[in-house]
Design a protein around this ligand. Structure first.
Ligand SMILES: C[S@@+](CC[C@H](N)C(=O)[O-])C[C@H]1O[C@@H](n2cnc3c(N)ncnc32)[C@H](O)[C@@H]1O
Length: 255
């Protein structure tokens, strides 16, 4: 069939016009101009410029406010399973999982089992064969944690995270794996120091150890650990959402 060159040229012009309209409408969607009556960026910059002690007090006061009743954060659930996580920290953690692409996540502190399943959900997207190891001194998992479809990706170890047999088992399972560590068991200085001493070597360069609930003691263990170990640095950029239970708790392996 013969199609005149004029028709082809016109069709091309129409196609280009449609393309412009399509791109134009997308740009408009991507950059909505909404005036909320506050300069959010200015407020954020003012907060960042405050003395460290003041910044810490604001975030800690807010943290205490949410935790003091014992019902706010503790009512958080993942797929119906009670999960003691700060949603802001979960957001940052899933960003780290997406960037680092570990194939093994080691979590200490299982509780009901919700957080281990949640890490498995994020991990599956970047490492389809990835696994989560979760450790607790007591098996407090609810039945749903064991029957959930993601439970097949999670290995539960019973015992103290610092017991020599548990440490040896973890190291055997972690051989040759890119490990990301999330410490959420006993948050005392001594216990976290012990966990760091036992497991930090498993993390590859560029990887992370995420230490949770640091203000109740762990933060001192972190400061001593980084002072003695220049392979790890506190990555403050991971606290950009400001409301974190993991103050100084995002440790990046830099060498
Ligand atoms: C804060 S909860 C963990 C919360 C859980 N990751 C979640 O998001 O739902 C702390 C857990 O650590 C456990 N734990 C305490 N001491 C421990 C230890 N030495 N080794 C491993 N787990 C421990 C407790 O039994 C408790 O279940």
């Amino acid at each position: 069939m013969f199609v005149p060159i004029r028709v082809i040229a016109r069709s091309f012009v129409v196609f280009q016009l449609l393309l412009c309209v399509f791109i134009g409408s997308n740009v408009a969607i991507a950059e909505p101009k909404v005036d909320y009556g506050i300069d959010a960026n200015k407020l954020y910059q003012e907060f960042l410029a405050m003395p460290e002690a003041k910044k810490k007090k604001i975030t800690q006061d807010f943290s205490r406010l949410l935790n003091s009743s014992g019902t706010v954060m503790r009512s958080n659930h993942f797929h119906g399973i009670q999960t003691w996580q700060n949603p802001f920290d979960v957001w940052v953690t899933q960003e780290i999982i997406s960037e680092v692409k570990p194939d093994l996540i080691l979590e200490t502190g299982t509780f009901r089992g919700g957080s281990s399943l949640m890490w498995a959900m994020y991990l599956e997207q970047v490492s389809p064969d990835g696994r989560v190891i979760t450790i607790d001194i007591e098996d407090k998992r609810v039945p749903r944690s064991k029957t959930h479809p993601l439970a097949a990706k999670v290995d539960f170890l019973l015992g103290s995270s610092t017991a020599s047999d548990v440490v040896a088992d973890v190291k055997r399972r972690a051989k040759g794996k890119r490990v990301l560590i999330i410490l959420d068991s006993l948050h005392t200085k001594d216990h976290v120091a012990d966990e760091l001493a036992n497991y930090a070597d498993l993390v590859p360069v560029g990887g992370y150890i995420i230490i949770q609930d640091t203000p109740v003691g762990a933060i001192d263990a972190i400061h001593e650990f980084v002072a003695a170990n220049d392979a790890f640095e506190i990555d403050k950029s991971r606290e950009r959402l400001l409301y974190t239970f993991n103050l100084d708790g995002f440790l990046k392996r830099v060498k």
